[in-house]
Design a protein. Structure first.
Length: 87
């Protein structure tokens, strides 16, 4: 089964974004990074997908809105991240 699409919305020099990307990299996951530092259509896209999100990163695995870096790390600690990454 193919890995689901992973989207991560980030901003320049965001340490939480770096931490989330490192965890995904460690898992060997391919992801699309969308830099919303300057706003624009990708920020609008993020807000449409997660209307209450005001911080970055915002991470989506398939149709699942994971949330931020702490949420991603919590999934890993709970042993649930691998299954989500596998689809």
């Amino acid at each position: 089964m193919a890995q689901p699409q992973i989207d991560i919305y980030t901003k320049f020099a965001c340490p939480f974004c770096v931490r989330a990307k490192r965890l995904l990299d460690d898992k060997g996951a391919d992801y699309a990074e969308h830099d919303i530092t300057m706003g624009g259509p990708k920020r609008e896209e993020m807000m449409a997908r997660a209307p209450n999100a005001r911080t970055v990163p915002q991470i989506f695995i398939g149709e699942t809105h994971v949330g931020g870096s702490d949420d991603l790390a919590a999934l890993e600690r709970a042993g649930k991240l691998d299954a989500l990454l596998e689809g």
